[in-house]
Ligand binder design. Structure first.
Ligand SMILES: [Zn+2]
Length: 296
């Protein structure tokens, strides 16, 4: 009877969260509610389309304090995860303020992108506008000491900072220098699991150049990949990071992460998921999207 027991066991096996993907019909985001049923079909899912006219000024959304964002040796390693390129950060980097309940440790950042030409790849959109790329800095409540397993069980356990990336106007090349350096590592991590150390020289401040970090949107959302845990305080900055065309277009493909991973890795707001899910999300967005007021 062993074969029968084995067959029954297979039937009740739930696909693991590792089996999700972006584009294959068998595992794209239409299937995520099945793969990670607890959250991916929830009502607090990210990303969202931010409706700027519905954003409300909120005086509690003060400026952030960015601890060690100027440290030029804090970017440690860049890794091809198979789904994104992820840069791990050294200890001692954190954010506070911004109406967060406590300090949050900055653990890593990663990118979302399109194909570098016709298909933009930001996850969040503003008034329907999708940007070419989006950078996410993932922060975890300091209380949890970097233990994200605990953080995702807390409805505000993680704080994500979202920055849009788009082309600068003009014909500059290899600008800014920080992005020229960062993207130069992509050619060394062409296979899933590849990672290389990042030499000292660029800081988080260098990568966030040109962004007024006092202007942002705030809402409560989720991880944008399975298990889609609804544990994220989202901050999406209004200003974009401007990068020269050669670093975000396919003219120099080895500088574009789509070349490295051979995929587009953005979840579309509302996604390909059910209409019921989308409509409930729109209602929520209008109520919870807040915009920090400009200082008088
Ligand atoms: Zn992300």
């Amino acid at each position: 009877m062993n074969w029968l027991v084995a067959a029954l066991a297979v039937c009740v096996l739930v696909p693991s969260a590792n089996s999700w993907c972006y584009h294959k019909p068998s595992c794209n985001d239409t299937t995520w509610p099945t793969i990670a049923a607890k959250y991916c079909s929830g009502t607090r899912q990210s990303p969202i389309n931010i409706v700027s006219a519905s954003a409300e000024l909120n005086a509690n959304l003060t400026e952030f304090t960015f601890q060690n964002y100027g440290d030029t040796s804090i970017l440690k390693k860049i890794l091809n995860t198979g789904k994104t390129v992820k840069v791990s950060l050294g200890s001692g980097v954190s954010i506070s303020g911004g109406d967060l309940s406590e300090a949050y440790d900055s653990l890593q950042f990663h990118l979302h992108w399109g194909n570098g030409s016709s298909i933009p790849g930001s996850e969040h959109t503003v008034d329907g506008k999708r940007y070419p790329m989006e950078l996410h800095i993932v922060n975890s409540k300091s209380t949890f000491n970097g233990n994200t397993t605990l953080a995702v069980k807390d409805s505000t356990g993680l704080a994500a900072l979202g920055f849009f990336i788009e082309e600068m106007s003009g014909n500059e090349t290899q600008q800014p220098a920080s992005w020229n350096t960062l993207t130069s590592y992509l050619a060394n991590i062409r296979n899933r699991g590849d990672s290389v150390s990042i030499a000292p020289g660029i800081s988080l401040d260098d990568l966030l150049v040109g962004v007024d970090r006092s202007q942002y949107y705030r809402y409560l959302g989720s991880l944008t990949t399975p298990n889609c845990n609804e544990a994220v305080v989202w901050t999406v900055f209004k200003d974009s990071i401007k990068v020269s065309k050669d670093l975000v277009r396919p003219g120099h493909p080895e500088r574009h992460p789509a070349w490295v991973l051979g995929l587009i890795n953005a979840r579309i707001p509302g996604g390909q998921r059910s209409l019921a899910c989308i409509s409930s999300r729109i209602a929520t967005v209008i109520q919870v999207t807040l915009e920090r007021s400009k200082e008088p």
